[in-house]
Design a protein around this ligand. Structure first.
Ligand SMILES: [Zn+2]
Length: 166
């Protein structure tokens, strides 16, 4: 086998995550592995689970190739995060109304995504092992990521209205 030349757009350049863009051992897959380990902690420790949904939506919006492939999956994370950071829905579980609205065969057009997905990444929060500090850091990361999607806020609000709020 010859060397695999870095192809533009493969998202697998060694060391750099193709989603959030941070440099991390293992690149995209390394970032994903860290995410999955932190998710597992959420389910073991309620103090971390307190911001579980906010964490999932934020990570997903920074890794859209994996988690926001369709309009519907984008809506789940974008509207869900907006409802948490702007409307004050519970950061642990988000909106049941949104999940109901997305259930079934609904189709949503996926808009172009922003080029930049926010300055804060998983790399800035992954080492935090104290739950209070984790919740504060995830909140800041969530707001930063939500702001990166500012161009899509009008669409997110329209979807949220259709979903029927909380
Ligand atoms: Zn990443």
């Amino acid at each position: 086998m010859g060397p695999v030349l870095a192809g533009g757009g493969s998202g697998m350049t060694e060391g750099r995550c193709g989603g959030c863009g941070r440099v991390v051992e293992g690149g995209t897959e390394g970032c994903q592995a860290r995410y999955e380990a932190l998710l597992a902690r959420d389910y073991e420790e309620p103090a971390f689970f307190a911001v579980h949904r906010m964490f999932v939506d934020t990570y997903s919006l920074q890794h859209p190739e994996r988690y926001c492939r369709s309009g519907k999956s984008l809506a789940a994370h974008l509207v869900g995060l907006g409802m948490i950071v702007e409307d004050g829905l519970p950061a642990a579980v988000g909106s049941p109304a949104l999940r109901n609205w997305l259930d079934g065969t609904r189709e949503l057009d996926k808009p172009p995504l922003p080029e930049a997905l926010g300055e804060i990444t998983l790399g800035d929060v992954e080492a935090i092992d104290e739950a209070g500090a984790w919740r504060v850091a995830v909140q800041a990361w969530a707001v930063s990521t939500w702001q990166a999607y500012a161009d899509l806020h009008p669409l997110a609000r329209r979807w949220a209205a259709e979903a029927g709020g909380g």
